[in-house]
Design a protein around this ligand. Structure first.
Ligand SMILES: Nc1ncnc2c1ncn2[C@@H]1O[C@H](COP(=O)(O)OP(=O)(O)O)[C@@H](O)[C@H]1O
Ligand SMILES: [Mg+2]
Length: 319
């Protein structure tokens, strides 16, 4: 039997906690116990119920979750289109709860870019691709840089996303996949810190979805933009290093993937590992598949071991 730490040792560890820096101090996106309650026809819906999320600068990550779990609510808050009921949300040093209307407008124009599922929502129908990409720069007051500079940057972005050949076409003259790639260029026009995409491949077939995903990866790798993609598509989710699952308005589990190269064969394999969120009150949500497999409910037995905590089915029944 391994020796458990003494209470005094444990108390010492808890004390050391106080010197820890604030939650999310070094993250680009911090959501801290985020709550969003909607009231519709006198009925309250808790879309977000104390959601915690940290995203570091330069990450490309996916958010997954059943329909109605709160993904779009979270994206709308991060996009500066909606405000949370309670909790804290910070993006690139901006406090999303206390921003003034004027700050909010600047935030939406310069700090975040977004791509929506409905291709029609992303582009203005009467403008060409090049004009669509140049427009946000103009609105953000980059007119000082002049029309030519804006047009050059627009073309560069369209080239990066491999749709330069569509520069003079209007949305209805392009395929859904081309429109979404132009939409990514529009979202990147003002060089945002964060690019948000809510089911950007939802209306596309799987082959086209793969190309769109490759476009996001290019933006992440070449421009260093931090990217959060909400997706239903398991194939897309499994291509990123980090996938966070939202369940009932809370982040529940997280899968991290890293490649490992076999020293002998040189073969590269991707190792995925599942994690659960642990909030500051010590609350942990165990994946339903795990608890079901061991028939755990209501109560579990805990044991602190030197390097892990054992969680076992309740064995007190009938004693
Ligand atoms: N504007 C709104 N008014 C009332 N209820 C809403 C509103 N937006 C979202 N909801 C509700 O909040 C919950 C989460 O919705 P949503 O964030 O759209 O989920 P997801 O994007 O994961 O499918 C759902 O129950 C939805 O009906
Ligand atoms: Mg949604």
């Amino acid at each position: 039997m391994t020796s458990n730490p003494t209470l005094a040792e444990l108390a010492g560890r808890v004390g050391a906690d106080r010197d820890r820096p604030a939650y999310g101090h070094d993250a680009l996106i911090t959501c801290d116990r985020l709550v969003r309650v909607f009231t519709a026809d006198g009925v309250e819906v808790q879309a977000l119920q104390g959601l915690d999320l940290l995203v570091r600068e330069g990450e490309l990550m996916a958010l997954v979750g059943a329909s109605g779990s709160g993904k779009s609510t979270l994206m709308n808050i991060l996009a500066g289109l909606d405000t949370p009921t309670a909790g804290a949300a910070r993006v690139a040093g901006r406090d999303l709860l206390t921003m003034t209307a004027r700050d909010r407008l600047a935030y939406r124009r310069e700090v975040v870019g977004f791509v929506w599922q409905q291709t029609a929502r992303n582009l203005l129908p009467y403008l060409t691709s090049a004009q669509n990409v140049a427009l946000p720069m103009q609105l953000a007051g980059r007119s000082r840089s002049g029309r030519r500079v804006r047009a050059e940057r627009a073309l560069e972005l369209l080239e990066l996303l491999e749709v330069a050949d569509c520069r003079d076409r209007r949305p209805h003259e392009m395929s859904g996949g081309q429109q979404q790639r132009v939409a990514i260029a529009v979202a990147l026009a003002c060089d945002p810190s964060v690019l948000l995409a809510d089911e950007p491949t939802g209306e596309l077939d799987s082959h086209t979805a793969e190309q769109i995903f490759a476009a996001f990866r290019t933006a992440n790798e070449r421009l260093g933009t931090t990217i959060v993609i909400v997706t239903h598509d398991q194939a897309v989710a499994s291509e990123v290093r980090r996938t966070v699952a939202i369940r009932d308005g809370r982040t529940s589990t997280e899968v991290l993937r890293r490649s490992e190269v076999d020293a002998d064969t040189g073969h590269e394999t991707v190792v995925a590992r599942e994690y659960a969120m642990l909030d500051r009150a010590g609350r942990l949500q165990l994946p339903a598949e795990y608890t079901k497999a061991l028939n755990m409910r209501d109560r579990v037995a805990l044991e602190l071991e030197p390097d892990h905590i054992a969680v076992r089915p309740d064995d007190s029944e009938g004693r």
